[in-house]
Write a protein that binds this ligand. Structure first.
Ligand code: HEM
Length: 423
C-alpha cells in the first residue's frame, strides 16, 4: 500500500498527532507493533475517520468495538464481495480471483460455502483432533528440548499450525517446506502489494492441490478434509474441484499465519507479564481463559475492509455507496467501552468479547475452535516441558500493519519432564 502520508510522523507522536489527518497505514506508526496509544486517541476523538490520499481516493476507518460489530453483522450494507479484504480491490490479486474465497463473498454464495465448510469444522469434529495435535506438539518440542534453547517462531509457532493444516488436508508432511515457502511468499506479496507474486503462488498451489485431490480420490483416502469437502452436500450440491482448491488456498491463508502469530506473540506477551506466566505454570487449568486474553491482547489480524453498498451513517459520519471501510480489530479489542482496564493484560478477565476473530456475523472466523484448541494444547505442552523460559535475543517483528506477528524469537529454558502421549 505505498502511499505518502499527509503528515510527518518524525515530528508527531501518538499524543501530539493531529488525529484528523493521520494515515494509520503509514508504516512509521507500526515500527513497534500496533499503535495502541494512537488507537486510543482515534477511538476517543475520531472513531469513524476519513483519510484522503493525495490522488483524491480515500478510505474510512472505524476504531470502536460497537461500530466494528455493527458493520460485521450487516453484510447487505457492508459488502465483502465488492472488496472485502483490502481497500483497493485489486491490490494483491485481482478481485475476481479473491472472490473465489469465501472471505470475499456475500450471501447467497457465501452462505452455501459456509454451510459446507461448517459441516467440516463442527466443534465435535474439531474436538476429535486433540490427541493428534498433542502428539504433533510433543514431536515438535522433542526436536530441540535437550538443547535448552530454540527459535520459538521457526521451531514451534511455524510447524504446528502448518502441520495441523496439512494433516487435515491429507497432504504429505514431506511437503512442509513447500507449504512454508508458499505462505511466506503470500505474506510478503500481501505486505508489499506484489500481485504477480501472489498469483504465481496461487497457480502453484492450485496445480499441487488438484494432484492431491486426484490422488486422494484414486486412493480413496478416508476422512481427509479434501475427501470430506469432496463428499459434502448442501441442498443437493457439491463443491467442484476448482472450488475445493480455492477453499484450501483460503485455509492456508486464513488458518496458518494467524495461529502462528498468536502462538509467537502470545508467548512474548507472557514473557512480558512474568506474574501471569508463573500463575499458569502453577495452575495450567487457567489456560483457556489466558488464551482468550492472549487473543484479545495480540489480535493478530489488525484489520479487514468492507465496501458500502448504499449511503449509510456510521457514528454520525455519512458514508457513501462504494466507500471503503476498514475495521481495526486491534483497536476494537482494546476498547475501554467494552473492557475494564483495557490496557492491562489480565488472564482472569471473564470471557473477553475480543475481536481477534473478527466482529462477529457471517464471516466470523470459521477456524476459531480449531485455533483455540491448537493454542491450548501448544501452551499446555510448553508449560509442561519448558521451564524458566527467557528471551535469548531480541524478538523480530513482522513489518506489517495487517499481521501482528514475529519472524524470530530466540529463547532459552530448562527442559522439563516429557509426559506426552507416547509415555
Ligand atoms: C488465532 C488464529 C486465528 C485468527 C486470529 C483468525 C482470525 C480471523 C479473522 C479476523 C477472520 C475474518 C472475520 C471477519 O471478516 O468477520 C477470519 C476468517 C476466517 N478464518 Fe480465521 N483466524 C484464525 C485461525 C483460523 C484457522 C485455524 C482456520 C482454519 C483452519 C481459519 C479459517 C478461517 C476462515 C475459513 C475464515 C473465513 C470465514 C468466512 O468468510 O465466512 N482461521 N479469521
Amino acid at each position: 500500500m505505498p502511499r505518502e502520508s499527509a503528515m510527518s510522523i518524525e515530528t508527531s507522536t501518538s499524543t501530539s498527532a493531529n488525529v484528523a489527518e493521520v494515515d494509520i497505514f503509514d508504516p512509521r506508526w507500526w515500527v513497534d507493533g500496533p499503535p495502541h496509544e494512537l488507537f486510543a486517541r482515534l477511538r476517543a476523538e475520531a472513531p469513524v475517520h476519513w483519510y484522503q490520499n493525495p490522488d483524491g481516493t480515500g478510505y474510512w476507518s472505524v476504531f470502536r468495538h460497537a461500530d466494528i460489530h455493527r458493520i460485521s453483522h450487516d453484510s447487505e450494507t457492508f459488502s465483502s464481495a465488492r472488496g472485502g479484504v483490502y481497500i483497493n480491490p485489486d491490490q494483491v490479486v485481482p478481485l475476481d480471483v479473491m472472490r473465489t474465497m469465501m472471505l470475499v463473498m456475500d450471501p447467497p454464495q457465501h452462505t452455501r460455502y459456509r454451510k459446507i465448510l461448517a459441516k467440516v469444522f463442527t466443534p465435535a469434529s474439531v474436538a476429535k483432533l486433540e490427541e493428534g495435535i498433542r502428539a504433533r506438539v510433543t514431536r515438535t518440542i522433542d526436536k530441540f528440548i535437550e538443547t535448552g534453547s530454540c527459535d520459538f517462531v521457526s521451531d514451534v509457532a511455524v510447524p504446528i499450525p502448518l502441520g495441523v493444516l496439512m494433516e487435515l488436508m491429507g497432504v504429505p508432511e514431506d511437503d512442509m517446506q513447500t507449504w512454508f515457502d508458499w505462505t511466506e511468499r503470500i505474506e510478503k506479496a500481501v505486505r508489499v502489494s506484489e500481485s504477480s507474486a501472489a498469483l504465481d503462488v496461487f497457480g502453484e498451489m492450485g496445480g499441487y492441490l488438484a494432484q492431491q485431490i486426484e490422488r486422494q480420490t484414486t486412493e480413496a483416502v478416508e476422512d481427509s478434509l479434501v475427501m470430506r469437502l469432496r463428499n459434502a452436500e448442501v441442498d443437493g450440491e457439491q463443491l467442484n474441484e476448482l472450488e475445493i482448491v480455492a477453499v484450501f488456498g483460503l485455509l492456508a491463508f486464513a488458518g496458518n499465519d494467524t495461529t502462528r502469530n498468536t502462538t509467537a506473540t502470545g508467548l512474548l506477551t507472557l514473557l512480558n507479564h512474568p506474574e501471569a506466566l508463573q500463575e499458569l505454570y502453577a495452575d495450567p487449568s487457567l489456560l483457556p481463559g489466558a488464551i482468550e486474553e492472549i487473543l484479545r491482547w495480540t489480535t493478530v489480524v489488525q484489520w479487514f475492509a468492507r465496501t458500502a453498498t448504499r449511503d449509510v451513517e456510521v457514528g454520525g459520519k455519512a458514508i457513501a455507496e462504494g466507500d471503503k471501510i476498514v475495521m481495526w480489530y486491534g483497536s476494537g479489542s482494546r476498547d475501554e467501552a467494552v473492557f475494564a482496564d483495557a490496557d492491562t493484560f489480565d488472564i482472569h478477565r471473564p470471557k473477553p468479547d475480543h475481536q481477534a476473530f473478527g466482529g462477529g456475523g457471517r464471516h466470523f472466523c470459521l477456524g476459531a475452535s480449531l485455533a483455540r484448541l491448537e493454542l491450548r494444547v501448544t501452551f499446555e505442552e510448553i508449560l509442561r516441558r519448558m521451564k524458566d523460559i527467557e528471551l535469548a535475543g531480541t524478538p523480530e517483528l513482522v513489518p506489517s500493519h495487517w499481521a501482528h506477528g514475529l519472524s524470530a524469537m530466540p529463547i532459552r529454558f530448562t527442559p522439563g519432564p516429557r509426559l506426552g502421549l507416547d509415555d
